[in-house]
Design a protein around this ligand. Structure first.
Ligand code: HEM
Length: 376
């Protein structure tokens, strides 16, 4: 198999964590700290590109993909594009310039994505390969035998990257911000990790740093609780995608007519004082009850819904939880995270496609391996 091809999904995650750790090692021990979220987004995006297209592209190719993705994402947030989406027929006439601009962005994206998709499909016949997301799209057949067009595959790959990158990077930033703000919680988490995998070790010269194995995450209950508390207190999406009422229904005396558009106050649910004790506080311990089992999909009852619930629940929810646990565990195992002198973690929010930190986290990090070496 080609060395740049995806070998397995767990090796892809390991590779992404190596990328992140090597970038963070360059930021170590900076007195003023450094802005962490760009590093998180970079590693998560590279991981999702690999899972989507099956190849480890070089930085310039990844930058090209990121550029066309971001261009579209920023435009989607604009009011005129929203009007186009709501009234497509009239919108095309009323906002013909915006429509042209939209088509240009779509063409730019196709120019980058289509060659990648076609080369992947062509090589599938000649080389054995682990199934990537795009392979599943290429192999999809409709009941009448029809296939997805290239344009549809571009749209779906783009949705995969958009749906998974900023949401996960934002959740990771909120969780790490709380671990910097609450050193006690960070120590408790570090102690749990060490109890499962031992203290962090120095890598062999010239080899990537050792990382925690995915299978070990299963034994870390407090880690799961930290991730869930992060999603409760700071859900990256404050609303779901708009839903449509299929059949008239009455809920607690309110009538919802067929065809109405509805949405859900995701962030308010996680902060409801009737459901959550001290809802504004970051207390992972609340998720340790019931043997650490928590129904985040809302199949038995809904206490929070960071991924939505029901038929249109986020299809990436399990993947996102795994990625968050895996990244948080490795970040805390390798580094001690603290606030630079005079800096205080500000939990104010800002809407930027997802809900992000208004003042992005600045953290100071130091290698735990070095600390252990000094102590021994
Ligand atoms: C912490 C990370 C994530 C959060 C908080 C999140 C949250 C959400 C939410 C709230 C929705 C709307 C659900 C609804 O309308 O009922 C959604 C939809 C979606 N998510 Fe995620 N998501 C995350 C990660 C991911 C990942 C990793 C992927 C894939 C790689 C992904 C792919 C999607 C897609 C494709 C949809 C649209 C589904 C549809 O149209 O039915 N998400 N996500």
């Amino acid at each position: 198999m080609h060395p740049n091809r995806i070998k397995s999904y767990s090796s892809a995650r390991k590779w992404a964590v190596h990328i992140l750790i090597s970038r963070l090692l360059e930021q170590e021990n900076q007195a003023a700290g450094f802005k962490v979220v760009d590093h998180f987004r970079h590693a998560i995006f590279r991981l999702l590109v690999l899972m989507c297209f099956g190849d480890k592209f070089d930085e310039s190719r990844v930058d090209e993909i990121a550029k066309v993705q971001r261009e579209m994402m920023l435009a989607v947030g604009s009011r005129r594009i929203t009007m186009l989406a709501m009234f497509p027929r009239v919108g095309k006439i009323l906002f013909s310039n915006v429509w042209k601009q939209f088509e240009k962005m779509r063409d730019n994206k196709e120019q980058v994505f289509v060659p990648i998709i076609t080369s992947r499909i062509e090589s599938a016949h000649s080389e054995p390969q682990v199934v990537a997301y795009v392979d599943t799209l290429a192999n999809l057949r409709f009941p009448d035998g029809g296939k997805l067009t290239h344009r549809e595959m571009v749209g779906l790959c783009s949705e995969f990257l958009t749906g998974g990158t900023d949401t996960t990077a934002s959740a990771l930033q909120w969780i790490m911000a709380n671990l910097v703000k609450h050193p006690r919680i960070q120590s408790k988490l570090y102690n749990e990790i060490v109890a499962v995998v031992g203290p962090p070790r120095k890598g062999v010269e010239g080899e990537p740093e050792p990382v925690i194995n995915e299978e070990d995450l299963e034994k870390m209950r407090y880690l799961k609780a930290v991730v869930l508390e992060g999603l409760r207190r700071h859900p990256p999406a404050h609303f779901l995608l708009p839903h449509k009422v299929m059949k008239e229904v009455e809920v607690e005396g309110y009538m919802f007519p067929q065809g109405a558009t509805i949405n859900f106050l995701v962030s308010e649910m996680g902060l409801d004082p009737k459901v959550w004790d001290e809802p504004m506080e970051f207390k992972p311990e609340r998720f340790l009850a019931n043997d650490g089992v928590f129904d985040i999909n809302g199949s038995k009852g809904i206490k929070m819904m960071p991924f939505g619930a029901g038929r249109r629940i986020c299809p990436g929810s399990d993947l996102a939880l795994l990625h968050l646990e895996y990244f948080v565990a490795n970040l805390v195992w390798h580094f001690d995270w603290s606030a630079p002198d005079g800096y205080h973690v500000d939990l104010d929010e800002k809407n930027e496609f997802t809900i992000v930190m208004k003042n992005p986290l600045q953290a100071q990090i130091s290698s735990r391996v070095e600390k252990i070496k000094h102590l021994s």
